[in-house]
Design a protein around this ligand. Structure first.
Ligand SMILES: [Zn+2]
Ligand SMILES: [Zn+2]
Length: 349
């Protein structure tokens, strides 16, 4: 099969013919129909994320949707030709976290595109398919599904489950990349008021287009102060979609008392996974600090239903559809944070 292979970190991907994945008895082989290019792919390509450094050679790509091509003998819920979406965190289905509906923090988690070969190829494999795959409703296209495959679903879980955002809440979102823009759309759909913060006017304009009530360019003003003024006291929820010291701190400092900070962005290798937090402020004002990682399979039906009914439109975030050969450029463009929205691979052969 044809694949874009990472042979050396920070070097161009090689387009190659390689062996197709091996089918496990509880797994399925998926024929990829769409796969988004994500900032996490950039981190995988850089090899700079503690705990998420892919082995080499490797096939990146984790925002996947496609058709079931082949099923293992123990698989019950899927058949050849089924349209599916694949979460980027896969659980074993048997540990206490999976059993309580939190497969995104499974004790034996695997991640396509990080711990084994992902979706920048014609085919990929999904283990424990009955626990990890989700049927795609007829009304949801493959490209839309891939646009949901990581950033959108991560934002959905962060906003609805971890951030517990309610109608009327003020939500400050730091970073208008894939996660931040998705979060902007999701908060708007559930009736919250979004303030999106970034340093790019183009991205902020896009955020406004998809629902942000206010936008702040943090190059020009102190975002925490501006947010306190707009909200007359502070936001109920802050979301750091980037994972750098400045955005995390501002997301905490912009909150009203008893506000919830949701940390979605992970910090790069240079910080060794550690950032400083304002402890006294968090204690005195009873701020909650919550991590949020991916989305458990148990929350997919709600999100897919909102997409099918057009209450959420992940497809709006897709600015480009590309082929395997174009992935290199799409990843490279992320180095300078140029370009916005989501690029999705739709041509694999
Ligand atoms: Zn991703
Ligand atoms: Zn598990």
């Amino acid at each position: 099969m044809k694949a874009a292979v990472l042979e050396k970190y920070k070097e161009p991907l090689s387009i190659k013919d390689i062996k197709e994945p091996v089918l496990a008895p509880d797994g399925v082989i998926i024929k990829l129909r769409a796969c988004g290019v994500c900032r996490s792919d950039w981190h995988g390509w850089m090899g700079d994320w503690t705990g998420f450094i892919p082995p080499l050679p490797h096939i990146l790509g984790h925002e996947m949707s496609g058709e079931v091509e082949e099923i293992g003998k123990n698989v019950r819920n899927f058949k050849k030709g089924d349209r599916v979406i694949i979460p980027f965190t896969l659980g074993d289905g048997t540990c206490p976290h999976c059993l309580s509906g939190h497969s995104n923090v499974c004790d034996h988690q695997v991640m396509p595109g990080f711990t084994y070969n992902g979706g920048f190829a014609e085919y990929t494999h999904v283990p424990k398919a009955d626990n990890n795959l989700m049927h795609l409703p007829d009304g949801v296209k493959f490209v839309e599904a891939s646009a949901m495959g990581c950033r959108f679903m991560t934002a959905f879980h962060g906003i609805t489950s971890q951030g517990n955002v309610r109608p009327g809440d003020w939500v400050a979102i730091f970073g208008a990349g894939g996660v931040g823009l998705s979060a902007t759309q999701i908060c708007t759909a559930i009736g919250a008021n979004v303030i999106t913060v970034d340093i790019s006017d183009d991205k902020l304009q896009f955020a406004k287009k998809i629902g942000a009530v206010e936008t702040i360019n943090s190059k020009n003003e102190n975002p925490a102060e501006a947010i306190k003024e707009i909200t007359k006291g502070g936001a109920q929820v802050g979301v750091d979609a980037l994972g750098i010291q400045e955005t995390m701190l501002n997301s905490i400092l912009c909150l009203d008392k008893r506000g919830r900070h949701v940390q979605i962005g992970m910090t790069p290798f240079g910080d060794k996974g550690h950032l400083k937090i304002p402890v006294n402020d968090i204690v005195r004002r009873e701020i909650q600090f919550k991590g949020s990682f991916g989305m458990p399979i148990s929350e997919f039906p709600g999100m897919l239903q909102m997409v099918e009914k057009k209450r959420l439109e992940p497809g709006e975030l897709v600015t480009k559809t590309i082929s395997l050969e174009d992935i290199d450029k799409a990843i490279h463009d992320m180095t300078t944070f140029s370009g916005f929205g989501v690029s999705v691979v739709t041509k694999f052969d």
